[in-house]
Design a protein around this ligand. Sequence first.
Ligand code: C2E
Ligand code: MG
Ligand code: MG
Ligand code: MG
Length: 279
Amino acid sequence: RAKKDGHGSYRFFEAEMDERMQARRHLEIDLRRALALREFVLVYQPQVNLRTNTVTGFEALLRWQCPTRGAVSPLDFIPLAEETGVIIPIGEWVLRTACREAAKWSPAHIVAVNVSAVQFGNPNLVSTIISALAESGLDPRRLELEITESVMLDARGTAHAVLQVLRTMGVRVALDDFGTGYSSLGYLRSFPFDKIKIDQSFVRGTSNDPVGAAIVRAIAELGQSLGMATVAEGVETADQLARVASDGCTEVQGYYFSRPMAPDQIESYLSTRNRTNLL
Ligand code: C2E
Ligand code: MG
Ligand code: MG
Ligand code: MG
């Protein structure tokens, strides 16, 4: 009897696995189709320099407008896109689109693009970036790549070499989600990042979160010593803004200033902001 039950639950497990595999297959196919049908768009979120109170640039964030699933968050499809490799063509589209759209902005503003570790495994990454820059006419110094520590984890150091090449071209490099990985400090030593983005989890603690505040202060100080800008991510309230400013962060990104916006909203956002002086 026990044996029969065991068998039954094994079957159940198998069916469930099957269903999940099916769902993943569907999602993968849908992602490829989405690219072909132009269902992806980029939205842009401003980064504000706290000393000058000006917008330094915008981070490009991917959105999938799926006719059947609705608006799908990148958190729900980037991991599978990475596992299946679909992130390569999607990432290419993101790079080309971000460069093309940013080339229309005032030359004062940079565009930050998230690039995943899997993309660094693709030998064509550098040539994709070169042609995205050439096609758009965007100054390489206005392109910033946001990478996470996982990019630096490859044993052969290819990502490191690729970053060096891009750096020589003038492309900027930011370390994203800082503080959430394993050996962040070592990476700071191995590559001269332009910017450290302090993860939201440290920024969004309440006013009685002395540990979070201590971490933000320590990273800001580290950034200052190393000549790297420090961006507090996920600032939602005036209170958080005041705290990260006094903790020494040089820039801020978050809903407090703006949610990510469609490209055609950028111009009016900037002109309204200049008139009203939001800080
Ligand atoms: P990320 O690069 O750390 O981007 C910041 C995320 O925080 C974005 O989520 C942004 O919308 C959100 N955010 C910004 N300010 C606030 C705030 O004040 N409060 C809260 N609650 N959230 C805030 P999003 O757009 O959902 O993107 C999630 C992640 O997906 C990104 O994290 C990034 O890792 C990845 N991603 C997004 N676009 C791309 C892309 O084009 N390529 C790749 N490879 N990954 C991407
Ligand atoms: Mg990012
Ligand atoms: Mg981040
Ligand atoms: Mg993230």
